[in-house]
Design a protein around this ligand. Structure first.
Ligand code: GLU
Length: 446
């Protein structure tokens, strides 16, 4: 598998058509060691394929998105001027069901990133046994620079452009970085107006009053917390005596910090995109949330001292939760991590080189496709509820979420333990095996 891995890690945004095998196999390509989310995702896949002994043909299929759409999204600004943004929707795999995955608004969004995120969604859904394939969407826009009216127009235009490939039985978007339940409401409305009837199952992460699920907004953070507490106990640390650092105070990090602290974990460090803060005695998360609501950032919080972002990742804590973006734990800083357990709230926060370094240092890394799967699990519950027009109580949602997270944790732990694998390799192999099994049973058409 080494050749294929070398070839895939050399693949860049300039790749030819994604459905051509040449995207994956360039035997003569020189390997450049600049890690991107896509090279990371493909090297994780290559490792799982090697372990499972699968053929190059199957490897190529799983390394390559099934379908991808790039769209130009013109926006009429409130000022009257017009701007153009680039958008994408990548559907990585449909073998186990409709494609599923979030929609990201960030200036750095690009096709390769969306391809990686779509692949991770396929593994996440398979690992947690929700009946979906994987997809991801993105628009290269900074939502902080736009009014609500502008964001509404961008969202509706992007939705119109991807309309032919989405649908409750085809591909179901959800929130991700830079998008929220209001974004989902606009997508649902745009899709429904075009269909001529209301289609609540077209998106998940909707407002509850439009058919969203109880517990969806905090589901990723709840799932991260269930896994973090289980992982701490697994390494012999009682959560009520544990300390934690959380990178990111957005959709995942903020509630994860709150739930961890409610569980008795002392959260001593938190960062966001503007800076980082530290308090050895534990941060008051309630008061910090109040400060963030008022100022828009953790910076300047009175109950803490400022530190820099690099220091946050190297804090002397039991648990580190990277809950921001990809590639933050890399070859250059993995040796500085002092946590005993890393639980990935973000997608793809650890590069393969950092994985190796932390493994050698005895750090337990719980991979994204397991740790942050709570969001898509409750998305699945939301889709089931919307399709049946019958809604569950919050306690039912939460009990089912916890049950699925903890049984997946046990499964991955058992598989890894029996084979001497890292949790990431075990989780990826389990997921890839399920997708491959579905693919083989369905067979190739024609
Ligand atoms: N964006 C979330 C993730 O990365 C949720 C996706 C979904 O619910 O479809 O898992």
């Amino acid at each position: 598998m080494t050749d294929l891995l070398a070839a895939t890690t050399a693949s860049t945004a300039t790749d030819a058509a994604p459905d051509s095998a040449s995207t994956v196999v360039h035997p003569a390509a020189s390997v450049d060691h600049i890690a991107t989310p896509l090279t990371d995702a493909r090297s994780q896949l290559a490792e799982a394929i090697g372990l499972l002994g699968y053929t190059d043909g199957l490897h190529q299929m799983l390394a390559t998105p099934r379908r991808e759409l790039s769209v130009a999204v013109p926006l009429r600004m409130d000022s009257g001027e017009s701007r153009l943004y680039l958008g994408y929707r990548v559907q990585h795999n449909f073998s186990r069901g409709p494609a599923k995955g979030g929609l990201r608004y960030a200036p750095s969004v690009n096709l390769d990133e969306v391809r990686a995120l779509a692949m991770w969604m396929t593994w996440k859904c398979a690992l947690l046994d929700v009946p979906y394939g994987g997809a991801k969407g993105g628009v290269a826009i900074d939502p902080r620079e736009h009014s609500m009216a502008e964001l509404e127009r961008v969202t509706r235009r992007y939705t119109s452009e991807i309309l032919p490939i989405i649908g409750p039985e085809r591909d179901i978007p959800a929130p991700d970085i830079g998008t929220d339940e209001q974004t989902m409401a606009w997508i649902m409305d745009t899709y429904s107006v075009n269909m001529g009837y209301t289609v609540p199952g077209i998106v998940t992460g909707k407002p509850i009053s439009l058919g969203g699920s109880q517990g969806r907004a905090s589901a990723t953070s709840r799932g991260v917390t269930h896994i973090a507490l289980a992982a701490l106990r697994h390494v012999g640390i009682e959560p009520s005596r544990a300390s934690a650092a959380v990178q990111g105070f957005g959709k995942v990090g903020a509630d994860a910090a709150r739930f961890l602290s409610e569980a008795g974990v002392s959260v001593t460090g938190i960062s966001d995109q503007y800076g980082a803060i530290f308090n050895a005695a534990g941060l008051d998360i309630e008061a910090l949330s109040e400060h963030v609501r008022a100022t828009g950032s953790v910076v300047g919080f009175a109950g803490a001292e400022p530190i820099d972002g690099a220091e946050l990742l190297a804090l002397d804590v039991d648990l580190l939760v990277p809950a921001a973006v990809e590639g933050v734990l890399h070859e250059g800083n993995a040796a500085a991590v002092r946590a005993t357990v890393v639980v990935e709230g973000a997608n793809g926060p650890t590069t393969p080189a950092a994985d190796r370094i932390m493994r050698e240092r005895g750090i337990l890394v719980v991979p994204d496709i397991l740790a942050n799967a709570g969001g898509v699990i409750v998305s699945y519950f939301e889709w089931v509820q919307a399709n049946q027009a019958y809604w569950w109580r919050a306690d039912e949602v939460e009990a089912r979420l916890e049950e699925r997270m903890l049984s997946a944790w046990q499964h991955v732990l058992g598989y890894a333990g029996a084979r001497g694998l890292s949790l990431r390799t075990a989780a990826t192999a389990l997921a890839v095996e399920r997708v491959a099994e579905a693919h083989k049973l369905r067979g190739l058409y024609p």
